[in-house]
Design a protein around this ligand. Structure first.
Ligand SMILES: Cc1cc2nc3c(=O)[nH]c(=O)nc-3n(C[C@H](O)[C@H](O)[C@H](O)COP(=O)(O)OP(=O)(O)OC[C@H]3O[C@@H](n4cnc5c(N)ncnc54)[C@H](O)[C@@H]3O)c2cc1C
Length: 365
C-alpha cells in the first residue's frame, strides 16, 4: 500500500519525495508533464549556500551555468552595486536541477509517474500538494487562497554582457509596479531578461517597454510567462475526509516576496512535507519554526519597496545611500535567511568596520 501521494514533480515535490522516503514511507510523485523540469518557468538564480544545503541529494555543480558575485541596483538615474562578502549566487539550469532531484528520489526507491495530471483520485491517504501556484490539491480540499501574485515574463537573449558575473535589478514602481525587472548574464554573450508586475497588472506592455529601454531588438531564444505567489497561504495543512493534506513550495506560497525566489524554501519545506506527511500539525510547526520568520521578513521588505507604488521610487535609494546600506548589505547580505543579518550586534559591528574603512579611505570608499 502506498503511504504518500505527492502531486507535482518540481523542487518541492521531488524533495517531499526524498523526505518521505527518508522517513520510511513509500512515495509516488505524479507530474502532469512528460518530462521533469519542462517547460522551464524560472531564472534559476539560487544562493550557493541554499544549493549547498541540498547537495547531499542534488549535485548542483552538474547543472551550474554561471556564478553571480554582485548585483547592480538601478532606479532611474541612480544605481548602486552590492558585492556580498559571504554570499554568491549560482545560475543553474532549472530543468537540470529538477531532473537531478527526481533522479535522486527514484534512486532511493520512489515511484515517479509522468504525464498524469491529478485533481482528485488520490492514491494514498497522505497527500502532498506540491503542484505550484495554481495548486489543484489546495482547490480540491478548500484551502484559503493565496492573496497576492506577480505575473512575469522572461526571455533568453543573445547580447553582450560587459560583466557576466553581475546581475542587474531594475526598480521602479512605474515601470514594474509591485516587483522589478532583471537581467541575469548566462555568459559573456547571452542573458535572461525578465520582469514581474503585481496582478492585476498585465506584464506584456511593461516587458516590451523594458526591452526597448535596454536596446534589445533581437528575438528571444526562449520566452516564458508565469506567475509567482508573493504571500504565504494562511493554511498549509489539514485533515479532511480521512486524508492528511500538506502543501509545500509555491502551492503554500513559500516564496521570497522580495525576489520571487522559491527554489530553496520550496525544496526545504517540501522535504519537511514528505517527512511529516501523516502529521499535518507537526509539518506546520516544523516549517514555520525553520522558515516562517525569513519568509515574513521578505514580505515586509517587499511592502517597504512597494511604498509609493505607481511612482518611481528613487528616494528609497537616496535614503539607502545615506545610511551606507550599499556597504552594509555587501558586508552582511544573505539571499535567503535574512533573519541572520538582523542581529543588532552584527549590524553594529559591521557598521563600525564600514565607518572605520571609510575613515581610513580603504575599500569602503
Ligand atoms: C519567471 C520566473 C523566474 C523565477 N526565478 C527564480 C529564481 O531565479 N530563483 C528561485 O529560487 N526561484 C525562481 N522562481 C520561482 C520558482 O520557479 C518557484 O518558486 C519554484 O519553481 C517552486 O517550486 P515548486 O516545486 O513549488 O513548484 P513548480 O516548480 O511550479 O512545480 C510544480 C509542478 O507541479 C506540476 N503540476 C501542477 N499541477 C499538477 C497536477 N494537477 N497534477 C500533476 N502535476 C501538476 C507542474 O507541472 C510542475 O512541474 C521564478 C519563477 C518565475 C515564474
Amino acid at each position: 500500500m502506498l503511504d504518500v501521494h505527492i502531486v507535482g514533480g518540481g523542487p518541492a515535490g521531488c524533495f517531499a519525495g526524498i523526505g518521505a522516503l527518508e522517513a520510511g514511507f513509500s512515495a509516488l510523485i505524479s507530474e502532469e508533464h512528460r518530462k521533469i523540469g519542462e517547460p522551464e518557468a524560472c531564472s534559476g538564480l539560487i544562493s550557493r549556500s541554499g544549493l549547498e544545503s541540498l547537495r547531499p541529494y542534488v549535485d548542483y555543480k552538474k547543472v551550474a551555468l554561471n556564478t553571480i558575485t554582485s548585483a547592480k541596483i538601478i532606479c532611474g538615474k541612480q544605481e548602486f552595486v552590492i558585492t556580498p562578502k559571504n554570499e554568491v549566487a549560482v545560475l543553474v539550469s532549472r530543468s537540470g536541477l529538477d531532473q537531478l532531484a527526481a533522479q535522486s528520489f527514484v534512486e532511493q526507491g520512489g515511484r515517479l509517474e509522468l504525464g498524469r495530471k491529478v485533481t482528485r483520485s488520490f492514491k494514498a491517504k497522505n497527500i502532498v500538494g506540491a503542484d505550484g501556484p495554481a495548486s489543484s490539491v489546495a482547490q480540491h480540499f478548500g484551502f484559503p487562497k493565496i492573496p497576492s501574485f506577480v505575473a512575469c515574463m522572461q526571455g533568453n537573449f543573445r547580447l553582450d554582457c560587459e560583466n557576466p558575473s553581475q546581475t542587474e535589478i531594475y526598480l521602479s514602481g512605474r515601470d514594474f509596479p509591485g516587483f522589478f525587472g532583471w537581467k541575469i548574464p548566462i555568459n559573456e554573450e547571452s542573458a535572461k531578461i525578465g520582469i514581474g508586475v503585481s496582478l492585476p497588472h498585465h506584464p506584456y506592455g511593461y516587458y516590451r517597454r523594458f526591452l526597448s529601454s535596454l536596446g534589445v531588438k533581437s528575438k528571444p531564444r526562449q520566452q516564458l510567462s508565469a506567475v509567482i505567489p508573493t504571500a504565504m497561504r494562511k493554511r498549509t495543512a489539514m485533515r479532511k475526509g480521512g486524508y492528511c493534506v500538506v502543501l509545500a513550495g509555491d502551492a503554500a506560497g513559500q516564496v521570497k516576496a522580495t525576489t520571487g525566489g522559491g527554489v530553496f524554501f520550496g525544496a526545504r519545506c517540501g522535504f519537511l512535507a514528505g517527512k511529516y506527511c501523516n502529521q499535518p500539525e507537526k509539518y506546520v510547526e516544523e516549517w514555520k519554526s525553520s522558515y516562517w520568520l525569513d519568509l515574513s521578513l521578505h514580505s515586509l521588505f517587499r511592502s517597504i519597496l512597494n511604498i509609493g507604488m505607481g511612482e518611481p521610487n528613487p528616494w528609497l535609494l537616496s535614503f539607502s545611500k545615506a545610511l551606507l546600506f550599499e556597504d552594509l548589505i555587501s558586508e552582511i547580505g544573505r539571499m535567503d535567511r535574512i533573519s541572520t543579518m538582523l542581529s543588532p550586534p552584527s549590524i553594529i559591528s559591521s557598521y563600525s568596520r564600514i565607518v572605520a574603512r571609510r575613515i581610513a579611505g580603504g575599500q569602503g570608499e
